[in-house]
Design a protein around this ligand. Structure first.
Ligand code: NI
Ligand code: MN
Length: 228
């Protein structure tokens, strides 16, 4: 069993069977959905899908306090190593690494490449998603910020729980997310990257209805946890 906690927008924590704590895309202090304290967030590993502020902005304080290892694209990892001396495990699209908690592969995402951090200068990268095969057997996918990709068809049969953006405007919207469900065929779908701000407001219950019996859509509110 692993426990997934939604913090609003695209930010999630996962605590694994053995107590390892992962944080994906730490966006807390300025995240309208997050009502807790960043000081209470624990992390052994921090996974970053891409460099936009709403996915990386709280990495520095979180990693500074917890000493977590950053898992990110080579360029973002290089930034945090060079600027802060943080411990990083660089990866890149299509490549996987075995960690004590499981195997993490970076998956393609179609989105912007800016590294939106102080003094990031020339750092750019490509965005990604994460496919995590936990040691305890669960197969988890966080798509990151992305358009619908035909590449998602390659994930068919490999994903139990899929986190998909549905906000439209900056990522795929609900209609394309339904097509992503057709491509991936996960058991459970958790929508994210919507309702954070007015430009990405969506009706998650309508998305759930549109997916129908193709998958179990779990609409999580910030602060909610889901065991899988
Ligand atoms: Ni983004
Ligand atoms: Mn975003």
């Amino acid at each position: 069993m692993a426990r997934l906690t939604f913090h609003g927008h695209a930010t999630f924590s996962i605590e694994t069977d053995d107590g390892t704590k992962l944080v994906i895309d730490p966006f807390f202090e300025d995240n309208p959905g997050f009502s807790g304290s960043l000081d209470d967030i624990e992390a052994d590993f921090v996974l970053l899908t891409h460099g936009h502020f709403d996915h990386v902005v709280d990495t520095e304080p979180l990693v500074k306090r917890t000493g977590a290892t950053i898992i990110a694209s080579f360029e973002i990892a290089s930034y945090f190593e060079a600027k802060h001396g943080f411990t990083c495990s660089p990866q890149h699209i299509g490549g996987g690494v075995h960690y004590p908690f499981g195997y993490v592969k970076m998956t393609p995402a179609l989105h912007g490449g800016k590294v939106d951090l102080p003094d990031a200068g020339d750092y750019t990268t490509v965005p990604a998603g994460f496919l995590i095969n936990f040691e305890s057997g669960q197969r988890f996918y966080h798509a990151g910020d992305t358009a619908l990709l035909t590449d998602m068809q390659l994930l068919k049969g490999q994903v139990d729980v899929a986190v998909l953006p549905i906000g439209d405007r900056f990522t795929m919207g609900p209609d394309d997310a339904v097509r992503a469900v057709d491509f991936i065929e996960p058991k459970v779908v958790i929508p994210c990257h919507y309702d954070t701000w007015p430009p990405i407001e969506q009706d998650a219950e309508a998305f759930k209805s549109a997916v129908g019996d193709r998958a179990d859509v779990q609409v999580m509110k910030p602060g909610d946890s889901y065991d899988f």
